[in-house]
Design a protein around this ligand. Structure first.
Ligand code: ZN
Length: 409
């Protein structure tokens, strides 16, 4: 005969036949509650292999952590029936309705943990739920894997791909996204095999390589050959955000060069002054305040070489403002000639890059692939990295990327 508390908890936990709460025990210090569930035996079980009705074989004692009840840690216990098939002798453990197979947590606990990990870093969730981060990652991995099964790429005709360093620079991961900023695939490495893995993933989720018409990426890295192999007919756009990133690096290089020269010739005050202007120089000129623009003009007029590189940066940015691809091509060509003619060493890399990828840069006029997507993905990744602090390897980053930005989790 069940008492009132047991009946109440049976209801709370949404248990139905054959499962009932048989006891609820609160410890003396009132920090922990243990709920025992039992099976009343009113059920039939059929062998998953041969469909024959099975007999009870034995019971296995199991425990699950549940969400806290009235600030008390809550654990659920049950001796779960194992059933044996009279025909093939297979022994099967019964599924319990409050937890996934193999998990040490109840479904409610897991749902709550996932909700928290969407909002806060894993190590903070770990403290909040008073559990171990390895177990939390496990919950998250299963949740994400389950949700990503619904990923439908059948309508995909264009994608973005970028890479990011994972764990202090040495290992890289590649991140693939669609037009709506959704992350659709994350894999290790940044070479052609990463692109091949994406193609396989695409096909596993209803997509077709032949349907991909446009790809946007950072061409400076190892994606080029992979794209040529897996998506030979796609039009590749060299992402504007990355082009400008490389250009900004050239500005910084020329500033450093000038700074070294000043130091070597003993002009320390001027050197220190220049050093302090780094961020001003690297920012988009249009976004500066009036007094900042004045300071920039001072630097540019007293350091002609930096001045030239800076003008080239602003002029390169103009490429994407033209109405037609033809005019943009003319602009980019004259940009190249001016840059080469300057003979400035700091420009060597960006000149090579623009020269080698002239067409891919201008393909933007055909694909119109939004440069904001790459920038958006970049900021998502920065956020993901801080949330996944202490992650074991690239798989944690992948899980976090899907959780935050797949739109499915
Ligand atoms: Zn069987």
């Amino acid at each position: 005969m069940l008492g009132n508390a047991e009946k109440l908890f049976t209801k709370f936990l949404h248990l139905e036949d054959p499962w009932v709460v048989s006891s609820v025990i609160v410890d003396d210090a009132e920090t922990r509650v243990d709920i025992r569930i039992r099976n009343n035996g009113r059920f039939e079980f059929f062998c998953p292999d041969c469909g024959v009705k099975c007999r009870g074989y034995d019971k296995r004692e199991r425990e699950w952590q549940h969400s806290d009840l009235f600030d008390m840690e809550c654990h659920i216990h049950c001796a779960v029936d194992r059933m044996q098939c009279p025909k093939c002798s297979k022994v099967t453990m019964l599924d319990v309705p409050w937890a996934d197979k193999g998990s040490g947590f109840t479904l409610l606990f897991e749902a709550r943990a996932v909700l928290l990990m969407k909002e806060m870093p894993v190590n903070a969730t770990e403290r909040f739920l008073n559990t171990d981060h390895r177990r939390l990652w496990n919950i998250l991995d299963r949740h994400v894997e389950d949700r990503m099964k619904d990923l439908d790429l059948s309508g995909l005709t264009r994608f973005y791909v970028d890479e990011t360093a994972c764990k202090r620079g040495h290992d890289y991961i590649s991140i693939f996204a669609d037009e709506e900023h959704r992350i659709i695939f994350v894999t290790y490495g940044n070479d052609s095999s990463a692109v091949a893995r994406f193609r396989q993933h695409l096909e596993e989720h209803g997509g077709r390589a032949e349907n991909i018409r446009y790809i946007c990426c950072d061409m400076g890295k190892g994606f080029q050959s992979g794209i040529a192999m897996e998506f030979p007919d796609a039009i590749v756009t060299y992402d504007r955000f990355h082009v400008m990133e490389h250009m900004t690096m050239a500005v910084d290089r020329s500033r450093r060069h000038e700074w070294n020269m000043l130091r070597e010739s003993g002009r320390m005050r001027e050197a220190t002054n220049l050093k302090g202007q780094r961020f001003l120089l690297l920012r988009n000129h249009d976004n500066l305040y009036m007094d900042q623009k004045d300071r920039i003009s001072d630097i540019l007029s007293s350091h002609p070489e930096i001045g030239t590189v800076y003008q080239l940066k602003e002029s390169l940015r103009d490429t994407w403002d033209y109405e037609s691809k033809y005019d943009a091509a003319n602009h980019l060509l004259s940009w190249l000639l001016t840059a080469e003619y300057s003979g400035i060493g700091a420009l060597r890399d960006i000149i090579k890059l623009v020269d080698n990828h002239f067409n891919e840069i201008l393909n933007w006029f055909d694909s119109g692939m939004s440069n904001g997507v790459m920038e958006g993905i970049n900021s998502v990744i920065q956020g993901v990295k801080s949330r996944a602090r202490g992650y074991r390897d690239w798989r944690n980053l992948r899980t976090m990327c899907y959780l935050r930005s797949s739109g499915l989790c």
